[in-house]
Design a protein around this ligand. Structure first.
Ligand code: PMP
Length: 434
């Protein structure tokens, strides 16, 4: 049926064809039923309440203390006294809310200051601060590409980059995860007059590997494409001064645009796109996710600004974060698990399926360790991971407790698998919601 706005005659639904109710149909939603079953059984791994989301240990569900190996507070700055003081001072001076979008009343001098310092940090001309990293990525894609162009994504690129293309009808292609050869192949198939952008994470959020940007930047530049790198998990951690994977691979100049999330190492909320002045100005005048949403609140911007200054004034911080990542990786391996290889504080353990993921998660929690579970669409179809992250705040006794919990989880998972084998075909296991 064709739907048009203009001149449409109001028509009532034929009697024999009851119109489905958008709200009513959720009452019988399978996803809800499965989630509530998992919750009742204590096997729902999402939105778990932690008393302190960024601390190395925190009360879990308001009860006992657990070790938090699930936070992106890589540099521990969300509890740094100077960061807290900056957020408090901003709230005192400007109130709790920006009370509007950037283009209306929601631009504070703090936003401009942060943009200037981010641009300076990256050695680029300009930056635009968004209310989230997600919004920054959708803006970067949707404002700059159109239906005649092509966006080429790594298969593990964060969903917010792809959203920018999918929602706005920009043709999209993918290449094999972290494979410069596969990218070359994709580019070779493009008509010579087709503009394209290559978009990927500097550190892949769901496996913790670093993108092979040296080769990828070279291939993209040689074919006249634009490289857009999302440094959400690399900022503050990777590269000699913490500027991310582009710095690590010596290709900051070749990245046309860099996007970041401000809610990880920089301990606030928000996101940013950093690049040349003309492009940034175009983005802020055209991106819906910049124009039609309230700007980041004063406390968050002040916290990020203070964190950025601490990062720049403490050159040893990125290496300390990587060192903790290395220790975490050792602990995981010594406990008998096989993690995706990497050099970052994100350590991902692929598991067979959702049941294994949830069992391992529960076992870790029972032994006082909080970890994250990632299932599709956070990870590619047919894959699941237990995702652990280290921060500079984790101590050696905490790593040792994690080791014991990982050893126990492995044993329990083996028992559960044996049990499943035994009962194969006779047991009903609910699928977790996707
Ligand atoms: N990019 C990547 C690689 C991410 O992992 C995330 C969030 N986890 C985002 C962007 C979105 O950032 P934000 O949470 O600030 O919206």
């Amino acid at each position: 049926m064709e739907l048009t706005d203009a001149g449409a005659e109001p028509r009532s639904a034929p009697d024999d064809q009851a119109r489905p109710s958008i709200l009513q149909r959720n009452v019988r939603s399978m996803v809800r039923a499965q989630a509530s079953m998992a919750r009742e059984a204590g096997f729902y791994p999402f939105s778990h309440v932690l008393a302190h989301p960024g601390a190395a240990s925190a009360a879990s569900d308001g009860q006992r203390e657990v070790l938090n190996f699930g936070s992106s507070n890589y540099l521990g700055l969300s509890t740094h006294p100077e960061v807290i003081a900056a957020a408090q001072e901003a709230t005192r001076r400007y109130g709790t809310s920006s009370a509007g979008p950037r283009l209306f009343n929601g631009t504070l001098s703090l936003h401009l200051q942060l943009e200037e310092e981010l641009a300076d940090f990256y050695g680029k001309q300009a930056a635009a601060v968004f209310s989230s990293g997600y919004a920054a990525n959708t803006a970067m894609l949707s404002s700059l590409l159109n239906a005649d162009d092509v966006a080429i994504f790594d298969r593990h690129s964060h969903i917010s980059q792809r959203e920018g293309a999918e929602r706005y009808g920009i043709p999209a292609l993918t290449f094999r995860h972290n494979s410069p050869e596969s990218l070359s192949h994709r580019i070779a198939g493009l008509p010579a007059d087709r503009a394209f952008a290559v978009c990927l994470d500097g550190v892949f959020s769901m496996d913790g590997s670093i993108a092979k940007l040296r080769e990828i930047a070279g291939i993209t530049a040689a074919a006249g494409g634009c490289l857009m790198v999302d440094e959400a998990h690399a900022l503050g951690v990777i590269g000699a001064t913490g500027r991310g994977a582009c710095e690590h691979h010596g290709c900051l100049d070749q990245a046309g645009l860099i996007s970041v999330s401000l809610s990880k190492a920089l301990a606030g909320t928000g996101g940013a796109v950093i690049g040349d002045r003309a492009t940034i100005e175009h983005i802020v005048l055209t991106a819906r996710s910049y124009i039609f949403t309230a700007s980041c609140d004063p406390a968050a911007v002040a916290a990020v600004l203070a964190s950025l200054r601490i990062l720049r004034g403490t050159p040893e911080l990125p290496a300390a974060a990587r060192c903790q990542g290395q220790r975490l990786r050792e602990v995981v391996t010594e406990a008998g698990w096989e993690a995706v290889p990497g050099q970052t504080p994100i350590v991902c353990i692929p598991v067979r399926n959702r049941i294994s993921a949830v069992l391992a998660w529960r076992s870790l929690l029972d032994d006082g360790v909080f970890a994250n579970v990632a299932i599709p669409p956070a990870v590619p179809e047919h894959s699941c991971v237990i995702r652990l992250t280290a921060t500079v705040a984790h101590t050696e006794p905490e790593f040792e407790r994690l080791h014991a919990a990982l050893v126990a989880a492995r044993a329990r998972l083996r028992d559960a698998r044996d049990y499943l084998e035994l009962r194969r075909g006779k047991l009903y296991w609910p699928r977790m919601p996707s």
